[in-house]
Design a protein. Structure first.
Length: 75
């Protein structure tokens, strides 16, 4: 049961990392309210997107294992 909950939570976190990375890079709100240059925003945003890709692959494996494996022990 916990594996399924954490697999779903991991999927939501993938969207969070992608969203935060794209927000940092492309948001016009950060142009007005912060003094971060565009290069510094890219330096912070790209690793978040890359980590989101890593978490996406990891979540895919966990979902495949949790929901689609043939475990007869779980009755």
């Amino acid at each position: 049961m916990y594996d399924k909950v954490f697999a779903i939570f991991g999927t939501f976190m993938v969207f969070f990392y992608f969203g935060l990375g794209f927000f940092i890079i492309f948001s016009p709100l950060l142009d007005n309210f912060s003094n971060l240059s565009k290069a510094l925003r890219i330096i912070f945003g790209i690793p978040l997107i890359i980590y989101g890709i890593y978490r996406m692959m990891d979540s895919y494996e966990k979902i495949k294992k949790s929901f689609f494996s043939k475990d007869d022990d779980e009755e």
